[in-house]
Design a protein around this ligand. Structure first.
Ligand code: ZN
Length: 161
């Protein structure tokens, strides 16, 4: 029997001084960077929390407490790998993933293909299972004021029993 489970993840990081940011493991040259305890990869955080969500296995902070200095500047792929490990232990596999990146800048659309490819590599699933799109909030709110990036991620996983 296959048990289909839905998960969603949402994350926000603010911009700070810098010259590039990391989105879903891809370096994007920009006049700012994302601030955060780890490498602040807002994309991988949303995906990881979606996987944890589908498994009802908490959030990133449950497994990697932000007050633990061990995770300072940590690569977010470590968090993702932990969620994939639990997915595997539960005999699950990813059906598909739909991700929305919300920001006014940088312009994400020209990196979409590269990001999709990298997510496919990190998750070890086909690119056709991954949808990544970028949108703005029409100048409204914190993303409209170019203060940071928000990412929403939805996932379906199939658990075989
Ligand atoms: Zn985050």
């Amino acid at each position: 029997m296959i048990n289909v489970r839905l998960g969603n993840g949402f994350d926000v990081h603010a911009f700070t001084e810098g010259n590039e940011l990391i989105l879903c493991g891809v370096k994007i040259p920009f006049s700012k960077k994302l601030s955060g305890h780890s490498d602040a990869d807002v994309g991988l955080h949303a995906i990881t929390d979606a996987i944890f969500g589908a498994l009802a296995a908490g959030v990133i902070g449950t497994h990697f407490p932000p007050n633990d200095s061990k995770w300072e500047n940590a690569k977010s792929s470590i968090f993702l790998k932990k969620s994939l490990k639990i997915l595997k232990e539960k005999n699950g596999e990813i059906n598909n993933l739909d991700i929305t990146v919300i920001c006014e800048e940088p312009k994400i659309s020209k990196y979409t293909k590269e990001i999709q490819k990298n997510i496919s590599k990190l998750l070890n699933i086909k690119e056709e299972k991954i949808s990544l799109k970028a949108t703005t909030t029409e100048g409204l709110g914190f993303t409209g004021r170019k203060e940071g990036i928000a990412v929403m991620s939805n996932i379906l996983v199939n658990i075989k029993s």
